[in-house]
Design a protein around this ligand. Sequence first.
Ligand SMILES: Cc1cc2nc3c(=O)[nH]c(=O)nc-3n(C[C@H](O)[C@H](O)[C@H](O)COP(=O)(O)OP(=O)(O)OC[C@H]3O[C@@H](n4cnc5c(N)ncnc54)[C@H](O)[C@@H]3O)c2cc1C
Length: 748
Amino acid sequence: MKKTAMSMVSVLVALSMTACGTASNTASQGTAESTSGSKYTPGSYTGESQGHGGNITVTADFTENAISNVSFDLSVETESIGQAAADTLKDEILKAQSADIDAVSGATETSDAVKRALQSAIDQAAASGSTASSDKAPLKDGTYTESATSFGFTGDMVGSVTIADGKISDIKITKETDSITGQWFKTAEKNLIPRIIESQSIGVDSISGATTSSGAIKKIVAEAIDEAGGNSNDWYETQEKSSEVKKLEGYDVIVVGLGGSGILSYCAAAKSGASVFGIEQAAAIGGNSASVYGPMVINSKNLAEKYNDGKDYIDADDVYKTWIDYVGTDEKADVIRKAVDESGSAVDYYMDNFGFEFDGMEGGLVGSFVRPDWDKEWTVYTADENNSKWYILGPDHTFQFDRAIEKAKAMNEKNDYMLELKGDELITDENDNVIGVRCTYYDGTTYEIYGKTVILATGGFVGNKEMMEEYLGHDVNVLGSTLDKGDGIKMGQSVGGSTYAMGTLPMIHVSQVPHIIRTDELTADQKAILSALALTTDAPEITINGEKWGGEDASGTDESTGLTVGIAYAPGFMYYTAWSQDDIDTIRTKGLSEATSKAEVNFIGNGGKLPAAGTPVEDIDKILSVGEDFKDVISGTPAEIAKEMNVDAETLAKSLGTTSDSSDKFYLVACSGWSYGTVGSLDIDANMNVLKKDGTPIENLFAVGQDSEGVCNADGKAYSPWGGQAQSWTFVSGKNAGENAAKVAKNK
Ligand SMILES: Cc1cc2nc3c(=O)[nH]c(=O)nc-3n(C[C@H](O)[C@H](O)[C@H](O)COP(=O)(O)OP(=O)(O)OC[C@H]3O[C@@H](n4cnc5c(N)ncnc54)[C@H](O)[C@@H]3O)c2cc1C
């Protein structure tokens, strides 16, 4: 009788046990009868491993001597690369009857993860019943240097792993470029390495917020194990999760999410005399707010003093009126008035009380993106203590957040916060009143935190594919944190909270090819050329539906502001630039055009340089061919390309200026928006109280930052584009919510 060792329920249990971003390679193994003389114990076994975007699973069915079927959960992988490789991988595995298969070109990370997870399933099914962990091949002592592709755009991560007495005794990362984009690699280095060494396993959970860096560190260790004569598949034992439940009680204010708006709420609540508890899922505070340039500041007194002889520097009424015109309704006029009038004073409050500093760009006050006459409208955080450290996305100002939260924490001895603690759901009493938050710590411990008020500050929903598809019709590439998964919005909804302007377009300021090539299949300069072909203004643009986009239609220009917000309005937040074979031949012999050679390819790029206009690009075919492997390029006749894009061939051919039976070859190079975050949110009033559908406030529930940013915006439009508005809202909403929550708690 065939045993199904892994039921659907047990798959779910196994997955939920690793819910904090695990990268494990084990799975539940059900009852399995050993059949003497056979290769496998028949049944269905699941292995798990770290892919490109998180954990993937492979479930394989075994007869006594063969793998009879295999299926994958690759939902965390990039749809057009990792997921697209699934059919090929399945065929290869069934053909090879082992995990010894070639990686699918362009999907190496997913392929490697599938191979590791499959090997785990095979090990479990092996008829001897010997599990990998109990039967490890001995390791040869030594120090092994390995490399792995990680988050950094400009090179691999390199590390050295020391094996002593057959054990992993030291791991040092000697080269990485992950940390030029933010603090996240550091959290993986600090937290993951000791956990791997302590547990002697690479099956430990990845660090929340730094899963790609964690995956690279694990890969380096895995390669070292293999080089030392071991089999890294044997080193993925998962750690047993705690099933303990702990209660923390008696708080006035609980803040869920300690990015910018959460920290600022925490500070204001503490300063107002409340006892506060903060919950942060990542291994560091700051969220997306840690890597921003800075906030809008309408007439901050401190900054006026410093940079404008003490005088107001912008007409607040003009900003307000422009804003109301932009959203096209005065439904939220009181909130928008507050967003304008308090943007300067809220920043002053945090400068005066919590040591915030701004001056990161010359002059301290920066002009608006869209209104040249608003030449002083926003400001930039001061970078780290020496004013020297900048990420490519903004100044390193995490020290400012750290300093502020520590000061706030010290205001009441009960105040506290925890990292690697994920807020899961609101706790309610028998009358559906909010009385706390149920959370999970990375080690599995459940924490129930009880308090009088809750502030939701989880940063919107850009990391939640289902919500993106539901509210915006399409997922988007993310430049910010994918931990912002809409948890706050869902918590608010769970107690009757309503949403506002969920269809506001995601924040997109940056474009790049959708699949940034991090391997060395092309040089940095070659990658720059591929990016320039995607980003240039010098080629016709085609939507994902095969229609013409931009150019003369100027569909990407917002009429009320004149701002070219193009790609946020493009279907699927991406488009293709179109090149004929003649165009490519010209590039090969005569080089890039003036405009293409000046494309801004390195805001998020690989660090390469573009050749001057007119310099022949002899290797253009190689560049396009590797681009095609990575799904950044589609080539062929109009009919072939239309088939690949799944669009109407006539429509596409017309957009390309030809007919669908043409045998001419074209190249479409994909250009994708890279989003900072979402904007649509819970509905709130001017107190930052979450509103029910009937417009009444939930008295002790507040929402801040991206969890309430929708009220400043409008469905179907790009977010209010003047410059720094999103970050300004973290100050205004944080101060108001913190103070009002403290007030409500005091009266309870
Ligand atoms: C690269 C980049 C540059 C930007 N530059 C600017 C700029 O110059 N000016 C500007 O105005 N805006 C800018 N933005 C937008 C700005 O960052 C956001 O509007 C702002 O940071 C949002 O703050 P927040 O507190 O809502 O979210 P975040 O700062 O992202 O904080 C949310 C926090 O909640 C945590 N979290 C999520 N779910 C849970 C959970 N279930 N339990 C516990 N914790 C959870 C997250 O880990 C995170 O720490 C930029 C964004 C990015 C990504």
